[in-house]
Design a protein around this ligand. Structure first.
Ligand SMILES: NC(=O)c1ccc[n+]([C@@H]2O[C@H](COP(=O)([O-])OP(=O)(O)OC[C@H]3O[C@@H](n4cnc5c(N)ncnc54)[C@H](O)[C@@H]3O)[C@@H](O)[C@H]2O)c1
Ligand SMILES: [Zn+2]
Ligand SMILES: [Zn+2]
Length: 344
């Protein structure tokens, strides 16, 4: 089959790889209808992920159709349209029993361990745990985002404890930041502010998400947040930029006793983390890779009702054969690219 392969730092090519087959009794094989780029792929692309080897297939977010299932699969049959959580989880270990799926002892992630979603077919292990049937009324362009960015954004707002009446600030107006802001609104936050430097993304956050915005290149973010939160600072700060500067701001600008959630994916040790603010301001700081299996069924219900829409994020839709160009647009954010979607 055809797939997008990592060939070395910032080198991608579409090539032929073996078709995936059922390997264990709980697997399904999915024919991909759409897959999409993600900020997390950019680390892989640059070559900073030691587990990705030359020839590996990229991508971890996708919606598709079941073409084959193993004998133990209960919830899926040939022809079903499914969306698949980007992190693979077994559903049986202690961490899965706590619903902390991305901590699964037997888990992994598509696109970071040889088999990815920018391909014609994907084998999905533990399919009864990680694949979800998409209701007919939801478009592919919408369901696709339940795979990862909508679930990630929702997790941030949920685990940071957003509640009715809160003032929430979100760093980053990519798909993850926008969908974190939408989650905060749906959880009853009073004011939700999205911070970024890209006007096109901020415009989307206003128009499609219903959030307020702050352009960090033109405004003093700290002064603005104080002003819009009765002089106290936001109750909840969600970092969805994947930048240490954003983490620092989120910690330093959060109100006393507030809550910070880091959605950006960081590796190793970080210098100049404002631990003093955490201690003296009594902050709660949390982070996680997304526990998609916990949220996807609820997200699909909200998508079906139209409470959560994502079509605007798919700014560039290209055939899989043009995926290298799609990644170039996504990486450089050229032509207003927010996400590139690939059609195999
Ligand atoms: N926790 C998880 O499981 C999980 C899942 C998916 C993505 N992520 C991470 O979430 C982050 C966002 O993902 P995305 O796909 O939306 O990425 P993206 O690259 O499309 O968007 C990031 C946005 O952050 C903005 N930004 C950068 N520095 C900033 C700053 N200091 N202040 C304000 N805005 C700033 C950029 O301009 C950009 O618009 C990435 O780091 C990604 O790795 C985490
Ligand atoms: Zn992702
Ligand atoms: Zn598990």
């Amino acid at each position: 089959m055809r797939a997008l392969q990592w060939q070395g730092p910032n080198q991608l090519a579409v090539g032929e790889v073996p078709d995936p087959r059922i390997r264990t009794r709980g697997d399904i094989v999915v024919r991909v209808r759409q897959s999409v780029t993600c900020g997390s792929d950019l680390h892989v692309l640059g070559g900073s992920n030691p587990y990705v080897e030359k020839g590996d297939v990229l991508g971890h977010e996708f919606v598709g159709e079941v073409v084959e299932h193993g004998p133990d699969v209960q919830r899926h049959r040939k022809g079903d349209r499914v969306v698949v959580a980007s992190f693979i989880a077994c559903g049986r270990c202690w961490f899965c029993s706590q619903r902390e799926y991305s901590l699964c002892d037997n888990g992994g992630c598509f696109g970071f361990s040889h088999a990815g979603s920018h391909a014609e077919y994907v084998r999905v292990p533990f399919a009864d745990v990680g694949a979800f049937t998409v209701p007919d009324e939801i478009t592919d362009e919408r369901a696709l985002f339940a795979s990862d960015s909508a679930a990630t954004g929702w997790m941030g707002a949920d685990m940071a404890g957003v509640k009715v009446g809160d003032v929430v600030a979100v760093w980053g107006a990519g798909a993850v930041g926008q969908l974190a802001a939408r989650a905060a609104i749906l959880l009853g936050a009073d004011r939700v502010m999205v911070i970024d430097r890209h006007e096109n993304r901020l415009h989307q956050a206003e128009k499609h998400i219903g959030a307020e915005t702050i352009n960090c290149d033109r405004t003093d973010v700290g002064a603005e947040l104080l002003d819009r939160s009765g002089g106290r600072g936001p109750d909840v700060c969600l970092e969805a930029a994947g930048e240490l500067t954003a983490v620092r701001e989120a910690v330093q600008l959060c109100r006393k006793g507030g809550s910070v959630f880091v959605l950006g994916l960081f590796a190793g040790a970080m210098d100049k983390f404002p631990l003093g603010s955490v201690t003296s301001n009594g902050l709660t700081v949390r982070s996680a890779r997304m526990h998609g299996q916990r949220y996807i069924p609820m997200l699909l219900q909200r998508m079906a009702k139209g409470e959560l829409t994502t079509e605007h994020l798919a700014t560039h839709v290209l055939p899989l054969t043009q995926a290298p160009e799609g990644y170039r647009l996504f990486r450089t954010r050229e032509d207003g690219c927010v996400r590139s979607v690939f059609l195999p």
